[in-house]
Each structure stands twice: as C-alpha cells, then as structure tokens.
Write a protein that binds this ligand. Structure first.
Ligand code: AMP
Length: 212
C-alpha cells in the first residue's frame, strides 16, 4: 500500500504518519526529515537546501524526487510506505507516478489534511521539537513537563527556524500556490480522501484507519 499525506505544514501529517507506522509498519518517508538529516550531516545537498528551507521556499523538484527514488529501493518499503510532505508540486506527482509505474506500482490513496490557515499559524508558532530524538511538543496543547526539556530523553527543545510567523506565512503561500493543485490532481484520479484536520488526533487517526 502506498499512501500520500497531503496538507499544509502543521496540519498533522507527520504525527499521523508516525501513528500509522506504529500500527501497521509502513515506513514514513518524509522529504522534510531527509533534508534536515542532510543539513545535520553537513552534506552539500543539505547546505543548498538549508537556504531555501530557512526562507520557506521549496527545494528543487529533482532533488526531492532523487531522494524518494533512492529511499523506496530500501527493503523496508516492499510492503508499502507513507509519503509525508511529498509530492509538493505537480511535477513531483508526475515523477512519482512514473517512478511507481516503472515498478508496476501505483499510489493507493491520498489523504488531504484540510485546516484553516489561522489554526496552522497557532499550531506552528507553538511547536517545539527535541534536538535529539525529534519528539514534538506544543507550548499550549502538548507542553513538556519541564519547559524547554524533552519528556522522553531530557534533551533541549528548539523551535524550528522555519516555524517563525514570517516563514510560516511564506510556507502557507507556497502550499496554496504550488501544492494545493494536487488536491484536484488526485481527486480526478478518484483516490483522494479529505480529512477534517482540525479534529483531535484520535479522530483523524480513526478516519484514516476506516478508509484503508
Ligand atoms: P516539512 O518538514 O515537510 O514541512 O518540510 C520542510 C521544508 O523542506 C519545506 O518548507 C521545503 O523547503 C523542504 N521540502 C520538504 N519536502 C519537500 C518537497 N517535497 N519538495 C520541495 N521542498 C520540500
């Protein structure tokens, strides 16, 4: 089974992908995480991507398509995978379709996470991530027991550089301009399920599981 989690930043795609991985074993393939791993490792790809990510722009299609192409060769992808944050443009969606067709595969279902911009801004500006284990917290809705410290591994929490109000506004504009056309793209193929992403995490999860 191959799933796409499609939605603006902060809509809960990553959280739901992690839950589905835990329940069903399909790995979460997040191009954002892969790019951040490159930045952390100091690769030339990471250095190039960082400039674009810090300002809320997309990295070039060829870069992310190449990363996904490599990643899906891994043995953990044989029974399927969850694409989180990819594709983000029609060019990427076409490339993915061709890549999968060459392996006689196809996208099984696309979940659109529908949520108003105002809700996203509140969610993203309060988001904090563990610098070591990547656990996520929210200063209002899911605060850590000790402010600024990860509950799981006691490392420091940080605010992602691209979670500032200015960069979030840019990321939302990029989403509406470049990524939201994919809603129509996959709807025409008859494989789109739209979720109310304002609902609680448990309800969103139930809706996803019910439509598998
Ligand atoms: P995310 O963690 O998915 O919000 O991604 C963080 C940033 O990584 C985005 O704002 C983009 O700069 C970059 N990025 C992640 N996935 C893609 C993609 N599929 N296409 C282009 N840029 C991406």
């Amino acid at each position: 089974m191959i799933f796409i989690f499609l939605g603006p930043p902060g809509s809960g795609k990553g959280t739901q992908a992690k839950r589905l991985t835990a329940l069903r074993g399909w790995p979460q393939l997040s191009t954002g995480d892969m790019l951040r791993a490159n930045i952390q490792a100091g690769t030339s790809l990471g250095l190039e991507a960082k400039k674009l990510m810090d300002q809320g722009s997309l990295v070039p299609d060829a870069v992310v398509v190449g990363m996904i192409q490599d990643r899906i060769q891994n043995s953990d992808c044989v029974n399927g995978f969850i694409l989180d944050g990819f594709p983000r443009t029609v060019v990427q969606a076409e490339a993915l379709g061709n890549l999968l067709a060459s392996k006689s595969l196809a996208v099984s279902r696309v979940f659109e996470f529908l949520i108003p911009d105002e809700e996203l801004i509140a969610r993203l500006t309060g988001r904090r991530t563990c610098t070591k284990c990547s656990a996520m917290f929210h200063i209002l809705s899911a605060p850590p027991r000790v402010p600024g410290v990860c509950d799981r591994c006691q490392s420091d929490l940080e605010q992602r550089k691209d979670d500032s109000v200015e960069v979030i506004s840019k990321r939302l504009k990029v989403y509406h301009d470049q990524t939201s056309p994919l809603v129509q793209y996959y709807s025409k193929k008859g494989i789109l399920t739209t979720l109310d992403a304002v609902a609680s995490m448990d309800i969103v999860e139930k809706t996803i599981l019910a439509s598998l």
